[in-house]
Design a protein around this ligand. Sequence first.
Ligand code: ZN
Length: 301
Amino acid sequence: MVAPAAGRLVRVTAREGRCRLLALDATDVVAEIRRRQGTDPVATAAVGRVALSALLLGALLKENEQLVTLRVRGSGPLGTLIATATPTGEVRALVGNPRPDIEQVADNGKLNVGAAVGLPGTLTVTRDLAMGEPYVSMVELQSGEIGEDLAYYFVLSEQAPSAVGIGVFVDADGEVRAAGGYLAQLMPGADEADGARLERAIRELPSPTEMLLSGAGPGEILRRIADGVDLSVREERPVRFHCPCGPDRAERALMLLGSEEMRAVREVPGVPGAELTCGFCGQVYRIEPDHLDRLIEEAHE
Ligand code: ZN
């Protein structure tokens, strides 16, 4: 039995509720996404950052919101990146092109994520409700580095001054050694002094992956950001990779094609019935020929 890839997210309020701070370590989760997506280092960093962002957004969902989907559409060779996360910390992610034709390392010695995502582009956040239409909000990409783009989204769409630090450290063998980060937000009622203290603490902070690699967990990262403030309000939850796909969803996806397209699938030589592969987790769903015939009948009605 293999233990599921898991990590940890900690959320606190500081300075009498005027600051909201979240930090997470999702190293094993991003390692699992890399394994399933078959990504090279720059794509691992990009899809990992999108997954980390989705986990942060997921942790902020309100009671009637069930799922958040983050879509990053740039004009670079990675194509579209998508991650979904639940309020309970389950995340999955995919990247359009897992092995883009681009220099892996930028001039600054870091993984070339911004160029691989590519400007211009958009970042879209969709929050699904238990009932009714989802909330959708879209901003222009600022750098394609994902963390900065997410901070811009918070400022523009939610009027919440925010700092986002997220990172994925990939070693020479392409393995994920650290993935995580933090989100710091000023809440209504915060004053200039709160903002200045937060800014100073974050300026002096090492990168998220440096902190994780040195053994600092989410709690320690938050203590450093909060700058000596007593962090009494505290919520901690596990985060893990989970894909909610299944045979029923595969069948529904097939039905969306309509009867004409399904007949065309039926006629593909060498493949009896239909075969669908989940883009998030790689699970293959086979639909037997007689089952496919029934679906074509149903779609035709
Ligand atoms: Zn799946």
